[in-house]
Design a binder for this molecule. Structure first.
Ligand SMILES: C[S@@+](CC[C@H](N)C(=O)[O-])C[C@H]1O[C@@H](n2cnc3c(N)ncnc32)[C@H](O)[C@@H]1O
Length: 196
């Protein structure tokens, strides 16, 4: 699993992400459950995690909270269509084996008008940094649990049928970092109403 950056300031970003949740929802790839402490009161969460050890750690963190941790993957969510108010994903869409299938499934389980809250790194707009990300992508996934550095996750989300209602680019940990995962965004995307 890629470093979460919590010790160098990522906690605030997690807090931001969870502050955008409401009602009942899903977290994909919850890891060891480090987002749980930021869940607002009254929000109920099903947290999906494929890794056995991480899911066990997440269950520990879920004690006393309205959180159910299940083993599974984002591309196959065991829930009815149009069932939940939100899906949250922090540093997971970079890692899922099929980005398109995962977004399709996220879109399916959301109610119309439901929200997808995402914090991720993305391929950079700068051609030179994007070239570095492409080079790094040959090695980076082997060092960081399958995390890909050259995905255009923002475009994939839009193509999957979501409209951005809140969106910001930021560099993490800083613009001077050479990390190929430094080009980050945080966004809230609404499941677009069906046309016609
Ligand atoms: C970089 S970690 C991020 C963990 C957590 N979201 C966080 O913010 O700390 C990526 C997570 O995605 C999980 N993952 C990998 N493939 C996945 C998939 N296909 N569906 C859902 N989660 C997946 C990994 O097991 C891991 O927990």
């Amino acid at each position: 699993m890629a470093a979460s950056g919590d010790t160098i300031g990522f906690a605030e970003i997690r807090e931001w992400a969870l502050s955008r949740t409401r009602g009942t929802g899903v977290e994909i790839g919850c890891g060891d459950g480090r987002n749980f402490e930021y869940i607002p009161e009254g929000v109920a969460l099903t947290a999906i995690e494929p890794d056995k050890g991480l899911a066990a750690a997440a269950r520990e963190r879920a004690r006393g909270l309205d959180v159910t941790v299940v083993r599974g993957v984002a591309a196959r969510i065991d829930m009815p269509t149009a069932d939940v108010d939100f899906v949250v994903s922090t540093l997971t869409l970079c890692t899922v084996s099929s980005l398109e299938s995962s977004l399709y499934e996220i879109h399916r389980v959301l109610k119309d008008g439901g929200l997808l809250v995402v914090v991720e790194h993305n391929v950079a707009n700068s051609p030179s940094f994007a070239a570095w990300q492409r080079v790094a992508d040959s090695l980076w996934p082997h060092l960081s649990g399958g995390c890909r550095t050259n995905r255009d996750i923002v475009s994939a989300i839009t193509e999957a049928g979501f409209d951005a209602v809140e969106f910001d680019w930021f560099d993490f940990p800083s613009k001077r970092s050479l990390s190929p995962a430094r080009t980050m965004f945080k966004g809230v995307f609404e499941k677009a109403a069906p046309e016609g």
